[in-house]
Unconditional design. Structure first.
Ligand code: G3P
Length: 194
């Protein structure tokens, strides 16, 4: 029962679509009609508003951190992980947006950071290195997702490796359109319109 509660709690926190809320509040219209149509920070950056993109990144990340840490404090470590995964589901499939949400990169980063700081940091470094080399946000996200379970396994944390693999599977699955564009060589560079 506690597990279901933790999952639902995480889902509700994760379902707050910060990219949409912030761009609407700033009078930029509906972010789902811009660029890739995604509600994440990468797409908010395509509006040209860097502070808003940074705020989206931070708030999407923090909802992942908050879901895991609050649930862990209330109901224990396993509930924390369940709430973290719930936050991912909430971000990707928010009830408020007809279950059409984001790709879960920032929220996943927050969840991994809260699960183990070194895991979140490792994944973030892989994202940064790949995005710096390719200038493509989705390439960074996919590389970071692939690396996260490996980092946890190398550290001997098989529980976290499994958890990170679950998060990675969801995030990579949500990147299907990006993968098609990457293969076709049409994925836009960071900051460019899709
Ligand atoms: O954070 C999502 C990113 O990996 C891709 O975003 O807008 O290019 O689909 P976007």
């Amino acid at each position: 029962m506690t597990g279901v509660l933790a999952l639902a709690f995480g889902y509700l926190l994760g379902s707050i679509p910060w990219g949409l809320v912030l761009t609407r509040a700033a009078g930029l219209g509906d972010i789902r009609q811009i660029g890739s149509g995604n509600i994440g920070a990468t797409n908010v950056l395509r509006t040209g508003n860097k502070p808003l993109a940074a705020a989206t990144l931070l708030l999407d990340l923090l909802k992942g951190v908050a879901a895991l840490l609050l649930a862990a404090a209330l109901w224990g470590e396993t509930a924390g992980l369940l709430a973290g995964f719930g936050a991912m589901l909430g971000h990707a499939f928010p009830v408020w947006l007809g279950f059409k949400g984001g790709k879960g990169v920032a929220t996943g980063g927050g969840v991994l950071l809260a699960a183990a700081w070194w895991l979140g940091l490792g994944a973030a470094l892989v994202w940064l290195a790949t995005a710096f080399a390719t200038r493509i946000s989705s390439a960074g996200a996919i590389a970071a997702c692939a690396a996260a379970p490996v980092i946890a396994a190398v550290a001997g944390r098989w529980d976290l490796a499994l958890f990170a693999a679950g998060i990675a599977a969801l995030v990579i699955w949500r990147h299907r359109p990006n993968i098609e564009r990457l293969l076709a060589g049409t994925e836009p560079r960071i900051g460019r319109r899709a």
